[in-house]
Design a protein around this ligand. Structure first.
Ligand code: MEV
Length: 316
């Protein structure tokens, strides 16, 4: 039997880096993501045709080891061929590896529970990122908007109004592992003070989102300033945030590990979104808009959304 699955990319609205050290983060799934197709084969193999990658689990590349880590945890028919595709740029802070991991896990074992999906995707993520917080895998699997803290139950934030976000890509990939290590190497006192500020901003973002999102722009811009003090912004990311704000965004920040990758800007609607993306393009950067709708099934814990999404995928 051939199975199809998908998973979402994400943007972190507040709390990247701090989340690795126990503070909460607020993250939201975006329209872009990854797709996987699994089918019986003569040997285990994984392909990402668009990237020219083809691996078997006994190889030593990161992708091969990630595939092996998931296969080792997964019951089910073998050997298997997995084909992956994604419209997320890799190394850009949009959760590309987690989306690929969750899509793979789902295609290999359509009946796995949400918790099992996330646990298996974390095995995949550890190969690429060392000690990830897990926020990327969690939001890739749950969709929607979440308040995430390592070791605590995941809280779903029920949006009161649609969020219109512009994502701008600096075009420079960065390594999450290297950026996390650079933050770890900063003086303890300075780091803890900034993490404290990011923690307050994550709580503020959760409160603001639950009321309708006005005020979130300011939270994003303050989060960017804190991340810049942490040393993970770059002159290009700072400039892209300023460009977005000049074009009418309510606030903007880098998203993900920084050092390159993407910025996210909150806008008040489609027209401002077009202005922001156009302004980035004029400066030579790619960008897109993603609209996050409030969901009817929002509850306080991750719902069965992943399965709904999965069933829809399989039916098509
Ligand atoms: C990665 O999207 C965000 C970081 O906080 C790393 C992590 O949470 O594992 C930088």
């Amino acid at each position: 039997m051939t199975t199809f699955a998908s998973a979402r990319g994400k943007v972190i609205l507040v709390g990247e880096h701090a989340v690795v050290h126990g503070a909460p983060a607020v993250a939201v799934a975006i329209s872009r993501g990854a797709r996987a197709r699994a089918e019986p084969a003569e040997r285990d193999e994984l392909h990402i045709a668009a990237w020219g990658l083809s691996v078997s689990p006994d190889e030593e590349s990161e992708l091969a080891r990630a595939f092996r880590a998931v296969l080792d945890e997964t019951p089910g028919p073998r050997p298997v061929r997995v084909d992956l595709s994604t419209n997320l740029p890799p190394g850009a802070g949009l959760g590309c590896s987690a989306a690929l991991g969750v899509a793979t896990v789902r295609a290999l074992d359509p009946d796995a529970t949400h918790e099992v999906q996330v646990a298996r995707a974390m095995q995949w993520e550890r190969v690429f990122h060392g000690t990830p917080s897990g926020v990327d895998a969690e939001v890739a699997a749950s969709g929607g908007c979440i308040f995430f803290r390592v070791g605590a139950p995941v809280e779903r934030i029920a949006l009161r109004a649609p969020l219109v976000l512009c994502v701008g890509d600096s075009g420079r990939a960065s390594s999450t592992g290297a950026m996390v290590a650079a933050v770890r190497a900063r003086p303890d006192g300075e780091r803890e003070e900034i993490f404290g500020e990011l923690e307050s901003l994550a709580h503020e973002a959760r409160a603001v989102l639950a009321q309708g999102a006005s005020g979130l722009g300011g939270v994003l811009s303050r989060a960017h300033a804190a991340l810049a003090r942490l040393g993970v912004s770059t002159p290009t990311l700072d400039a892209m945030c300023r460009t977005a704000e000049r074009a009418g965004a309510l606030g903007a920040k880098l998203t993900g590990a920084g050092g390159g990758g993407c910025v996210v800007a909150l806008v008040d609607g489609a027209e401002t979104a077009r202005s922001v993306v156009r302004a980035w393009r004029r400066d030579g950067f790619d960008g897109f808009t993603t609209r996050v709708e409030p969901r009817r099934d929002d509850a306080q814990t991750p719902s069965t959304d992943s399965h709904i999404e999965h069933i829809e995928e399989r039916a098509s």
